[in-house]
Design a protein around this ligand. Structure first.
Ligand code: GLA
Length: 602
């Protein structure tokens, strides 16, 4: 008989509910009291920001899909879509406005008043009254109007500012000068009074020679600390991002964790595999700096993002050829979306070939015939990555505890892309409360292996094939993953939603080119503890007593005794099915117990 490697005391510590159990959808129906996750991690080393962002922020940002075309109606429609399409329920709660919300965006770049139009005579920021209409003429509350709308849906609002004299688009920034004077206190006060919940503070047009500090890092730290403190002084809980754009002259991660909740580690992402790979690679080297309340941000999710275009000619139902005004960014294996949710004819299809643009061109060919008639001129959106590449981005971001910020047209999202955003098992890994960014175990020959410990003792393992041919026969010995090679484990494929049993080594038959596999590896002991967390309070703790007996036996290496306790537990659960336990829950608990019995060889 073997003894389990971990002491029994660990198994009884307060534990969060795991992805595996959450995904069964059992808690939503609410027949059980769920023990609260431990708040102990809030103590030592908590950064600025009121202990916010204990897990990576999730939400939407308009910039990558819409650029400067942001407006109150775009933000509100997006918030409503997130409210109704499942994203909000999945945890996407920030709706973030990026650059170009300030007055002045229609003033030419060459006109100096573009830079000043976004501030009034008292130095307060002014929202563009055309794109963010105030509640009444003459008021400056266009952002508050949007915040109120977003809050009424139960979502939160983010906004954008820049530490420089002007934003990256040349609008009013926070830097005032001379000698490091800033508008931070005024700007933070405005944001708080409007009801803003998240500030992304950019790094364009900073007059570095005028900023106090010996080094570039000193100067950046000086400026971002001003905003950090100003936001804290408002008393409002506002997540703060030091968006230093992956400036290669900075080591933002050395100072940002103590003053911000997240910081940009990379240059701007674009919707292509090469850009995504670049940002992932840079971010992968910074794992040690991330943790609860302070995260590396490799920029937005480009799932569903690409190039907007229009139909160059009508596309009738039944056709597989779509004539578009521009084929730019379209990619074989990616999705195109035709029509709009508003017109009621939104549909999507996978691209099989990309030809030439225009009414007389060869257009884009899709795998399945269209089901609606679409008039010429309708909107078309071409995803810039294949479905496999998009899934890889989500996998890598989740594995690296990155913010999950959708940089796409959420209102007109293709179902294939929405499904990726909503995968609760992948989201749960990103949001795991231990908050450890994966480390790179190996990356030879474009074959990456990343391992991430999870709060309940599980490990998330990702195999990512950055190469252009399939990666076959991958075999990762369990001890190389930090696991006990003498134990059997359950390997849960997070995307296929299937379980397998692992002994000795995690074997993966094939990882497609640019694809990835994400596996959650768990021991019998961890699964027992998860089960305990679910039923601990039911029926005066009688289920828990049986599970504890199994855990105790297992800890002493008495497998047969553990099997007996589990068997008794299964009988008990079955007897209470439809009584103390909902039928659906009982069925899931029994299935979980059977899987554990399988691991133990009962
Ligand atoms: C920078 C940022 C982007 C976006 C634009 C807006 O490039 O990195 O994410 O905010 O500015 O101008």
């Amino acid at each position: 008989m073997r003894t389990l490697p971990r002491p029994i005391t660990r198994l009884f510590a307060a534990r969060p509910i795991t992805a595996r159990l959450l995904t069964a959808g059992l808690l939503a129906a609410g027949s059980l009291a769920v023990p609260a996750a431990s708040g102990a991690a809030l103590a030592a080393g908590a950064p600025a920001g009121h202990g916010l962002a204990r897990t990576p922020p999730m939400g939407f940002n308009d910039w990558n899909a819409f650029g400067c075309n942001v407006s109150a109606s775009l933000v509100e429609q997006t918030a409503l879509a997130m409210h109704t399409n499942g994203m909000q329920a999945a945890g996407y709660d920030y709706v973030n406005i990026d650059d170009c919300w300030m007055a002045g965006r229609d003033i030419p770049r060459t006109d100096p008043t573009r830079a000043t139009a976004g501030r009034d005579a008292d130095g307060h920021l002014v929202a563009d009254p055309v794109y963010f209409p105030p509640s009444a003429p003459g008021r400056n509350d266009g952002i508050k109007v949007v915040a109120d709308y977003v809050h009424a849906l139960g979502l939160k609002l983010g906004i954008y500012q820049d530490t420089g004299r002007t934003t990256c688009q040349g609008l009013a920034g926070t830097y005032q000068g001379p000698s490091g004077a800033t508008y931070d206190a005024i700007d933070a006060g405005d944001f708080a009074s409007w009801g803003v919940d998240y500030v992304k503070d950019d790094w364009c047009n900073v007059p570095l020679s005028d900023v106090p500090g010996a080094t570039r890092d000193d100067k950046a730290n000086y400026l971002y600390t001003q905003m950090s403190q100003a936001l804290q002084a408002t008393g409002r809980h506002i997540v703060f991002e030091a968006a230093t754009l992956g400036d290669p002259g900075l080591s933002t991660y050395t100072w940002a964790p103590s003053i911000s909740n997240l910081w940009r580690t990379t240059t701007d992402i674009s919707p292509s595999f090469s850009s995504m790979l670049n940002n992932f690679t840079v971010n992968s080297a910074l794992a040690q700096y991330a943790g609860p309340g302070h995260w590396n941000d490799p920029d937005m999710l480009e799932i569903g993002t690409g190039g907007f275009s229009t139909l160059a000619a009508a596309a009738p139902a039944g056709t597989t050829t779509v004539l578009v005004a521009s084929t730019s960014r379209a990619i074989v294996g990616g999705v195109i979306r035709i029509g709009t949710a508003a017109a009621g004819d939104l549909e999507s299809a996978v691209v099989t070939s990309v030809g030439t643009a225009g009414a007389a061109g060869t257009g884009i060919t899709v795998a399945t015939p269209l089901t609606h008639d679409h008039p010429a001129g309708e909107q078309v959106n071409k995803d810039g990555m294949t479905l496999a590449e998009e899934q890889t981005e989500f996998t890598l971001w989740a594995q690296e505890a990155a913010p999950l910020i959708a940089g796409t047209d959420v209102v007109n999202l293709a179902p294939q892309d929405l499904a990726m955003y909503l995968n609760p098992e992948a989201v749960a890994i990103d949001q795991d409360p231990l908050g450890v960014q994966a480390t790179v175990l190996s990356n030879a020959d474009s074959h990456w292996v990343l391992v991430r410990p999870l709060a309940n003792g599980d490990k998330s393992v990702v195999l990512f094939n950055a190469g252009s041919t399939p990666w076959s026969g991958a075999s990762l010995p369990l001890d190389s993953l930090g696991l006990d090679a003498s134990q059997r484990y359950t390997a849960r494929d997070v995307w296929a939603h299937t379980d397998g049993t692992v002994t000795g080594a995690l074997e993966v038959a094939s990882v497609p080119a640019h694809g990835s596999v994400m596996v959650r590896v768990s021991s019998a002991a961890d699964q027992l503890a998860d089960q305990l967390a679910l039923v601990g309070h039911v029926d005066g703790g009688s289920f828990a007593a049986q599970l504890r007996a199994a855990i105790r036996a297992l800890d002493k290496g008495r497998t047969r005794e553990a099997c007996g306790a589990l068997d008794g537990y299964v009988h008990h659960v079955r007897a209470q099915s439809g009584k103390k336990l909902r039928t659906e829950l009982a069925a899931q608990l029994i299935a979980n117990a059977r899987r554990i019995e399988g691991l133990l060889g009962c």
